[in-house]
Design a protein around this ligand. Sequence first.
Ligand code: S3P
Length: 441
Amino acid sequence: MTMALTLHPPDTWQIRPGDYTLRGTVMIPGDKSISHRALMLGALAEGETEIRGLLLGDDPRSTAACFQALGANISELSSDVVMVQGAGTLQEATDILDAGNSGTTLRLMLGILASQPGKFYAVTGDSSLRGRPMKRVVQPLQAMGATIWGRSQGKLAPLAIQGQTLKPIHYQSPIASAQVKSCILLAGLHTPGTTTITEPTLSRDHSERMLQAFGANLVVDTELCQVKITGPGQLRGQQVTVPGDISSAAFWLVAAAITPGSELFLPNVGVNPTRTGVLEVLEAMGAKIAIENFRIVTGEPVADLRVCSSSLQATVIEGNILPRLIDEVPILAVAAAFAQGTTVIRDAAELRVKESDRLQAIATQLGRMGVKVTELADGLEITGGSSLQGVEVDSWGDHRMAMSLAIAGLQAQGITTIQRGAAATVSYPNFTESLEAVLQS
Ligand code: S3P
């Protein structure tokens, strides 16, 4: 059997066209959001935290390295078991803390560092992260009394933080962002009194679930999209089992849906309702997805997913569902390219400040492949049904773009060459191996 995918060198992917079907089982790597939080809360807790199913991507590795530098004892990273011996109080790191490509690492860590009295920290990230907005967390932390300096009046990393005892606030966030919410909650954990955060619509709630499990005094009002945390609180180490990441499962859901004759089984995927927008949109487009064996695993809803190919119809993606599928827009754009009619995506301006400007990245790269796509200020219009051309495209150094383009390339006429494909290791280190394993021709 010829390989459908070759790596030239490992950073450039080449997808050869073929008469493929996708069949079999894909084990989905651990949820990235939950992996970060398990490492961070484990590092802050008293006693031991045992993490099973941790994502071994670059982003959680950045979190682990930062918290090790802050004094936590973290065993060698493994998707089997990782032990975290909490530091209780974090020490000053002897060097700049580097969050790499990971916005979650940097923004959540800022809330923790700003609330460590008497300690000084410096934080940075890679060139993508240094261009992403930090004001969204720096401003509410400053309202709590935090002292933070950085480029562009503290709007951009590198940032320097003089930790101190903060004061509680009620923060009305203008955006539904779990990174903003979690940053404030983690600052509130160490702050005497009750810190409240209200968001315009509900963003992913992994922090709330895990903070409660670790013993924080935290109350959620889902109707009001409001969370209150009363500090100072001391977390206690827990056992955490990380489910498969629905954002990673999304590549297979779309790949199987658009490839005739396909059927994939995806066991053990997190189906937290704040993350399942992708399932609702794909079902509305006519995808055949079965959700089986629903259960709760360490406070998070989990299920096995089964997906078969089907013909897809265009849809409209707008409003409150956006935060529930924000990371899946690149692969949903690929689904739209194979659906009948014009799919409209609105209210998605947040995509401009992700690992890349994803609206522009999708529009230009899918456009090169022959997809009819118009970039809107806050979204995309994609007309499906025209045949895709295998050409040279670029991931823009963005993991989700790399994998979305690979799935699109499977159906293109001619070879698709994806520059900077290796960006996928941020969230999905063995994506290419899993793709080879389920491709049948
Ligand atoms: C994340 C929140 C989301 C998401 C990101 C992970 C998290 O970002 O896009 O990949 O783990 O809290 P925002 O909070 O900026 O929307």
